[in-house]
Design a protein around this ligand. Structure first.
Ligand SMILES: CC(C)(COP(=O)(O)OP(=O)(O)OC[C@H]1O[C@@H](n2cnc3c(N)ncnc32)[C@H](O)[C@@H]1OP(=O)(O)O)[C@@H](O)C(=O)NCCC(=O)NCCS
Length: 288
């Protein structure tokens, strides 16, 4: 009989399971010690694990690692681990449980959806050799993109996130709309959500800042001119790590600029957009 309980021993004892869940040892090394781990125990033996950490976003919780020993898969242990994680999060009044997995692994995507998770967003080219992942196929599909799924833990009306939720859109006016779109969408990687043409003399686009739910709106037209860049009027983006900053910087293909505030010289890389406004890229998640 398998029982699910918290694991308090040394995480190194679970290295085989962590490796089963993530093909990149260098990544596992970064997060293995984080958060709490549930284990599936068969007597004294751990046959599966599930690691819960605080997600990058607000009070979401993330299933960072999950695996069941190969010879024990398909017997309901994975489902038991996730269900126990869900009830533990509910007991703590958490709102949302998220998980990221390979888009190529349709079996795992099915597994999470059967447990109530729904698709949230896709990040392309996360599982790359540069990030430590081998070039492999899963059922003929290249391991490449990452899919985020989420599960609402509270009924909508009781969800603290719902009660607190405020949508944010920051609008900027420009005479160089196409260049700005290329910079923010194709360079920085913001996602184009939509836009409008000739609404009372204005054109514009909405660009989502990934993972935040916030939008940048860029507009042109009207009769009021454009704002003058100020070196301390900044858009600061906290990327997951230094590697993510390197990837974005390479995509921008422009030389960084020196920010006015010395703090950012030490902690980030700054670029000027085609209007001359500064965008600061920090290579670690923001922590309160
Ligand atoms: C994904 C994983 C944790 C699932 O655990 P598990 O104990 O095998 O899953 P369960 O037995 O609880 O099965 C849950 C569902 O998946 C299905 N399933 C499990 N193994 C399967 C397999 N090999 N092929 C097809 N379906 C499978 C089950 O039929 C079941 O479906 P149902 O809900 O329709 O009945 C496990 O397969 C695993 O460790 N995989 C390798 C590591 C990994 O991919 N981790 C996830 C990274 S985020």
């Amino acid at each position: 009989m398998v029982r699910i309980d918290w694991f308090d021993g040394p995480r190194a004892a679970l290295s085989g399971l962590f490796a089963l869940a993530d093909d990149a040892p260098v990544q596992v090394q970064r997060y293995r010690q984080l958060g709490r781990v549930l284990a599936a125990w068969d007597g004294p033996t751990v046959v599966g694990h599930l690691q819960l950490i605080t997600a990058e976003r607000g009070d979401d919780v993330e299933v960072k690692s999950l695996a069941v020993r190969e010879d024990r898969q398909g017997a309901g242990i994975g489902r038991m681990l996730v269900e126990r994680a869900i009830s533990a999060c509910r007991e703590q009044n958490r709102s949302v449980l998220v998980v990221a997995t390979a888009a190529a692994d349709t079996r795992v995507l099915r597994f999470y959806q059967r447990l109530g998770f729904r698709f949230l967003r896709v990040e392309r080219d996360v599982f790359t050799p540069q990030a430590g992942y081998p070039r492999v196929d899963i059922d003929g599909v290249p391991l490449r993109d990452r899919v985020w799924l989420s599960l609402d833990l509270q009924p909508p009306e009781r969800s603290p996130a719902h009660a607190r939720a405020v949508g944010l859109r920051v609008a900027r006016h420009t005479d160089h709309l196409d260049e700005l779109i290329r910079f923010y969408r194709d360079g920085l990687g913001l996602r184009e959500l939509g836009g409008f043409r000739n609404h009372d003399g204005y054109d514009g686009v909405f660009l989502e800042i990934p993972g935040t739910g916030a939008h940048l709106e860029l507009t042109t037209g009207g009769g009021h001119g454009v704002p003058v860049p100020h070196p301390d009027s900044l858009l600061v983006l906290y990327l997951p790590d230094a590697e993510a900053v390197r990837v974005v910087a390479a995509r921008l293909g422009a030389a960084p600029v020196i920010p006015a505030n010395p703090y950012w010289r030490e902690h980030a890389i700054t670029f000027a957009d085609p209007d001359g406004f500064h965008v600061v890229l920090v290579g670690e998640p923001w922590r309160a």
